[in-house]
Structure formats: C-alpha cells, structure tokens
Ligand binder design. Structure first.
Ligand code: SF4
Length: 250
C-alpha cells in the first residue's frame, strides 16, 4: 500500500496531507478486514505501515486490552496519549503502571499548545461553557499534531460501547489517515475474559462505577443499568470528543 499519507506543500509553505483515495481503503478492507485482532495488527504494524502507524489511547477502562494486543506484536509501537491536563490522577498512575506491566517502550504524551490554552481557556473552565471548544484545543488539534508523522492509527473503539459506534468498521478513514479498529466486534464479556486470561491490571476507577473514563471534569460514575458511556459529558448532548471523525468508513 504505497503512497498512503502523501503530503503536499501549499502556496503558504505549510505541509498538508492529501485526501486518501477511497480505492486504497477498500483494498485494505478487502485484504485484511476479516482478520482477528492480533493478525490484523501484525500485518498493519509489520507489513502495511512499518514505522508509520501509532496507537492512540486514553489509558481508560478498557485500554489495557488494545495495548496488550499491540504489545504482542511489537513493544516499540508508538503509543500516543493526549495529555489534556484534565485527567484523573488515577489515570496518570494507571498509565505508568500499565506501561511498565506491558513493557511498552515508546509512549508519547501530546499536550495542547499552551498559547492556545492561555488564549482560549485561561481559567481552565472552558469545559463548563463549551466542551466542544475545549475538546478541540485539548484533544483534536493535539492529535492532528501527534499524527503528522504517521499514515495510520489504531483505536480501541468497539461497536457495543454506544449507539454512535454501532456501525464502526474494522478499517476506516478519517480523510487523511487510515484508522484501524481491531476490537470493533468485541463485546463486554470478551473484554472481561481477556482481562482475566491475560492478568491485566484494571484502571482503579472501574471498581468505583466508571466503565468509561475520560477527563475528570467530564466523567462521572454511572448507575447500574446505564449505558457504558452514560457518564461522559452527562450534563450535555455531547457523546464524543471529536477526534473520531470518519469518512469512507466501512
Ligand atoms: Fe475538555 Fe472535557 Fe473535552 Fe477533556 S473531555 S478536553 S475537559 S471538554
């Protein structure tokens, strides 16, 4: 799959990625779309995108599963963590513990631009009045920066997690990068069994009623019977942070 991620230099001198041809995405889906999680990641990391693919993780409730699968393929796969400055202290402690447990060797914190933060969110309360804007400067833009060296990225999203994710495909595009979702068909039972079988450490907030964990101001514990992501932005209509736009999704 050569030529994925080609860039062009604009008249202003900035580097911009060309949109991905739909035929390339379709070819990847045709060749690899039915592989199981480990086989899919092995071919993506080792053959399709060597040195050009990264994992993006929040070190949340289920992140250990994806990272463990990645670790089975290659411990030095780049792992991107969006350090929004708003995480629970438990998440930062878990990040350290999980990285050590799995032996991952290339974990990269991507922080927001401090000039943008001081200009748009000087008192750190933007999440209260405009969570979309807050996610944009603390997650969306930093992710675009972090992904610049890569052609593809790996996510841990699963269809069962929410209505919004019910139609996810294994291989999709965000317009400029290939997105690989190797756990898309996994359900809660399979995730729980995998944690046990692989003896994976759990995020400490899970046992306190947090089945989905993002930034602290925008995450609460859920009641029994609530959907998994009911505790995310629970006081608003917002359901996703905005980093997961998709086009040509399969
Ligand atoms: Fe801001 Fe909340 Fe989005 Fe985190 S999840 S970036 S605190 S709005």
């Amino acid at each position: 799959m050569g030529n994925i991620g080609q860039t062009i230099t604009t008249n202003e001198g900035s580097i911009r990625r060309q949109p991905l041809p739909k035929t390339k995405i379709e070819a990847l889906v045709r060749l690899h779309g039915r592989k199981d999680s480990v086989d899919l990641l092995r071919v993506m990391i080792k053959e399709e995108f060597p040195d050009r693919i990264a994992v993006v993780t929040s070190f949340g409730a289920e992140s250990a599963v994806l990272l463990d699968v990645v670790a089975q393929v290659s411990l030095d796969t780049p792992v991107i963590f969006l350090e929004t400055g708003k995480h629970f202290p438990e998440t930062l402690a878990y990040r350290k513990r999980l990285v050590e447990h799995l032996g991952l060797t290339d974990v990269r914190d991507q922080s927001p631009d401090l000039t943008e933060i001081s200009r748009n969110d000087p008192n750190g309360k933007l999440w209260q009045v405009s969570p979309d804007h807050c996610c944009h400067i603390r997650k969306v833009v930093p992710l675009e920066t972090a992904l610049e060296p890569f052609d593809a990225w790996i996510t841990g999203r699963k269809r069962f997690q929410s209505h919004d994710r019910a139609g996810l495909g294994t291989i999709e595009s965000d317009g400029t990068h290939i997105k690989i979702n190797p756990l898309v068909l996994w359900d809660a039972t399979k995730v729980a069994k995998y944690f046990s079988a692989r003896n994976l450490p759990k995020h400490p907030l899970v046992e306190n009623g947090y089945p989905s964990i993002g930034c602290a101001p925008c995450t609460r514990a859920v009641e029994s019977g609530d959907s998994l992501r009911a505790g995310r932005w629970s006081d608003s209509e917002k359901t996703e942070c905005g980093i997961h736009k998709s086009v040509c999704a399969r």
